[in-house]
Structure formats: C-alpha cells, structure tokens
Design a protein around this ligand. Structure first.
Ligand code: UDX
Ligand code: ADP
Length: 459
C-alpha cells in the first residue's frame, strides 16, 4: 500500500518524537498526531517552542521545521483515522491499578479504546501499527476487535516496538540500532519498512512474526534493567568490602562480551518502561505457570526497590537516625537527565520514605516544576495533598534549594549539577554538611576537600 497519510493516536513521549522524525524524513507523507487531551495538543501547537509538552534535546528544532508543513497535531481523531492509510497506536499502557493483575499486568484499556475507535470510523483498508509497549499477544486482541466490525474494511496489524530512550530520543530515532517490524502481511510490513527506509538502511530493518516482535521489546528492556540491578547488587557488596563499583564496572565493561554500557550504579532505575515491562513479563510467565521464569525476572525489580530503600535508610542513619524537621535538598526529580519525565523516578520513592520520617524536602530539577512534584507524591496516596504541600517545597534555583539544608541528595544525573559552585553551597548549609550522591556524578576527593561528608553508591 502506498502511504500518503499517517495518523498517530497518542501525542506522548513515544508518539511525539517518533512522528516528528518520520515527518522530517518523509516530506511526501502527511503525518497527523491526534490525542484526546486537548491541552496537550494545544501545547504541541504552541508558537513558543519552549512550551512543547515534552522536553527532548533536538525535538523542538524538528517540530519547528515540519509543523504546519507535513506534521500536524490535532484533536480530530475520527477524521484523521478516516483519511489515513496507516495508523500508529501510541497511547499509554500503565500497570493496572485495579482488579485482576493489579500492580502487574498492563492496562490495555486505552489500546482497546483506540482499536474500537478505528473499527468504528474506518471506511477504507488500514495498516494498524502497535507502537505502545504491550504484552505479548496484544496484536491478537487488536486484530480480533478490528476484524469483528462487520464491515468490508481490511486491517493489517503490525507490531513496531519503540526502542528510543528518553533524553536521547531524537538521536535514537535518527540512528536506530535496528527497527523491528512484526506482522503477517508482507505487503503491510514492506509499506512500513519503506517509511523507515527513507533514512534507515534495509539491513537494520528486521522483519519477524508479531509475537517475536512484541516479546523482543519486553526482553530488551528486561535485559537492560537486569544489568542495572546486577551492578546495583554489586554496589552494595562494594560498600561492605571497600571495593569501588566504578572500578569494577570499568573492569568488567572492557570485556567485549559484557560491554561498557548500562553499568552505572545508581539509586535505581526509573522510567515508564523497565518496571512495567518486567512486570508484564512476570505476569505472562505466571499465567503460563512458569514460576521459575517469573521469579527470575521479578528479582530485578525486587533488587531495584531494595536499592531505593537502601539509599533512604543510609541517609537517615547517617543523619544520626533522624531526619524529622530537617531540610533535605533533592537535586533532580526526573527519572534520568535530559527529560522532564518523572514516571517511576527513584526520587519519588526516596522522597516518600523520607517524608514518612517527617523530613522537609526541598526539590530543584532543571525541567520539572513544583506542580509535577506534588502530583507525583499525591499519586502515591501515602499522605494528604495538604501534607505534601506542607512538607515538600520546590525551588527554581540550586543555591536556594540548598540554603540551610542539612543534606543534599543527588537524584538525577543532570550535567549542570557538576558545574555548581559547591564551595558556596557548602558555606550556606547546616554543618556537618552531607552529600548523598545517588548518581556518582561528583568527585569524592573534591567534595571531601571542601568539607562535605560525601557518600555515593558503591564507593
Ligand atoms: C528504556 C530503554 O532504554 C529504551 O530502549 C526503551 O524503548 C524504553 O525504556 P528509558 O526508560 O527512556 O528507555 O531510559 P534508559 O536510558 O533506559 O534509563 C532507564 C533508567 O535506568 C533511568 O532511571 C536511568 O537513570 C537508569 N540507568 C540507566 C541506571 O541507573 N544506570 C545505567 O547504567 C543506565
Ligand atoms: P508514552 O510514553 O507511551 O508515549 P504518554 O502518556 O506520554 O505515553 O502518551 C500517551 C498519550 O496517549 C497521552 O497524551 C494520552 O492522552 C493519549 N491517549 C490515551 N488514550 C487515547 C485515546 N483513546 N485516543 C487518543 N489519545 C489517547
């Protein structure tokens, strides 16, 4: 099928950047991103590019170049579905918060609604591409919904998982290690391969069956997360043995079979994918009664939760076993640098632990505002909105947030944190002044020389 118009349902962290790059590289295709959230669409259409709902290095430039030419943001979902030959489903698939599979299985409510929406309004043949991270066999469910419409419309379903990482999304999209397309219809697969073929060489475009494609995404994320839990497990051992986790990571990373990436010990991984995907894997394994497989992958999450808890416990015990009424300055709230996304960020959980101990939390993140910080804490439902408001304050400046603080906790590895005047920060903090470097980004010797009581992960 010749593709002249693409519709993407869901203007989020995946849909936005992916479609912007597809539009940039395919000027002959009209790409429209639709969303039920009118506020979000308005933000994507804002003349002021700093107001785009998603912060990604390089994204604003591409949006500026393509918006209004062949990239459009709209709330006209039905019309856009109708006119497009290819429809990407790129909506959120959070972990279920109710009923069967609560806390484990993906909530496919939004995906199902999209499929029903497409089935209802389509009058011509469509290629439907699942882009959201989904459990294995979701394509089957989409297919069954689409094929039971009673109309003559023919739907081909493809799985095309997204491997972009936030913070480097544009680069990952422009230079992907691979593009994966799973499907039954060769013609549909080739149509999508041609869209990517505008800038990705054909040998990097893998064609598989639908289930392999879906499972590959979960497996890739599980392997990546496993590396972090593995090095984080070693970080705890390092702290007890005076080995240095950075040195260990470097030494093992030079083994070409292991490789150097994803070996940074940290406060624990966050983000919308890792935990959710592993939980999906565990849930699927359990549903087939594969207990050993399920337990094996679940341990990656257990270790990650342990790492977050260990960080807050260490902070509390170092501050003489009480943080009650003490000001703890958190630098960073996003789950990693170069993004404004805070989903599953370790900072949220560490803050929650400290708040249980009646700490006063002061937050500064270069891209996350105070409203978001409050919303993240309220979502946990541990305490009332009023209590969160009272105990947690956000600042727009690193020197204000650290003023009179008892301790600084580094939660995100933002580059700018390394450039601060740490002497100035030291001078305005309560003494002894503590730094808990959850990302190992500061130099221990330098910080100790200034006078800080410095501790980091696995050193
Ligand atoms: C991940 C996958 O990398 C991507 O391919 C997939 O499409 C979506 O999920 P993302 O969650 O955006 O991407 O970020 P990623 O860079 O993988 O980082 C995830 C978390 O792991 C972050 O909290 C990060 O700080 C942490 N991390 C990463 C570490 O703690 N140590 C590392 O060495 C690497
Ligand atoms: P992701 O990281 O997967 O991109 P986001 O939450 O950032 O997730 O984005 C998903 C988007 O999908 C949200 O903006 C949400 O409003 C949108 N969405 C969810 N369900 C629907 C639907 N049925 N129709 C249109 N948009 C939807």
């Amino acid at each position: 099928m010749k593709i002249t118009k693409i519709c993407c349902i869901g203007a989020g962290y995946v849909g936005g950047p992916t479609m912007a790059v597809i539009a940039k590289k395919n000027p002959h295709i009209k790409v429209t991103i639709v969303d039920i959230n009118a506020e979000r669409i308005a933000a994507w259409n804002d003349k002021d590019l700093s107001k785009l709902p998603i912060y990604e290095p390089g994204l604003a430039e591409i949006v500026e170049e393509t918006r209004g030419k062949n990239l459009f943001f709209s709330t006209e979902i039905d019309e856009t579905i109708k006119e497009s030959e290819m429809i990407f489903i790129s909506v959120n698939t959070p972990t279920k918060t109710y009923g069967k599979g609560k806390g484990m299985a993906a909530d496919l409510k939004y995906v199902e609604l999209c499929a029903r929406n497409i089935a209802e309004v389509a009058t011509t043949d469509k290629i439907v591409v699942e882009k959201s991270t989904l459990p294995v066999r979701t394509a089957q469910a989409i297919k069954s919904i689409l094929h039971n419409t009673g109309s003559d419309v023919n739907f081909s379903i493809l799985s095309n998982p997204e491997f972009l990482a936030e913070g480097t999304a544009v680069q990952d999209l422009l230079n992907p290690d691979r593009v994966l397309i799973g499907g039954e219809s060769e013609e549909a697969i080739e149509s999508l391969a041609n869209v990517y073929g505008s800038w990705v060489s054909q040998d990097r475009i893998l064609r598989t069956n639908v289930w392999s494609s879906e499972l590959s995404k979960l497996t890739a994320n599980a392997f990546l997360a496993q590396r972090i839990s593995s090095i984080n497990a070693i970080s705890e051992l390092c702290e007890h043995t005076e080995a240095n986790v950075n040195e260990v990571a470097k030494a093992i990373g030079m083994d070409s079979r292991i490789g150097p990436k994803f070996l940074n010990a940290s406060i624990g991984f966050g983000g919308s994918c890792f935990q959710k995907d592993i939980l999906n894997l565990v849930y699927i394994a359990r549903s087939y009664n594969l207990q050993a497989v399920a337990d094996y992958w679940e341990q990656v999450i257990i270790l990650n939760d342990h790492q977050k808890r260990r960080f807050s416990d260490h902070l509390i015990s170092t501050l003489y076993n009480t943080v009650s009424g003490k000001k703890i300055a958190m630098l960073g709230w996003a789950f990693k640098k170069d993004t404004n996304d805070t989903r599953e960020s370790a900072a949220i959980y560490v803050a929650d632990h400290l708040l249980n101990e009646q700490a006063n939390i002061a937050v500064y993140d270069p891209k996350v505002n105070g409203k978001k910080v409050q919303a993240d804490l309220n979502y946990l439902n541990t305490r009332t909105e009023e209590e969160n408001m009272e105990l947690v304050q956000s600042f727009n400046d690193p020197y204000e947030v650290t003023n009179d603080a008892h301790a600084v906790a580094i939660m995100t590895e933002w580059d700018e944190f390394k450039t601060y005047d740490w002497k100035k920060i030291y001078n305005q903090m309560k003494k002894p002044a503590f730094i808990f470097d959850g990302r190992n980004i500061l130099n221990k010797e330098e910080m100790t020389k200034i006078g800080f009581e410095y501790s980091s992960i696995g050193q």
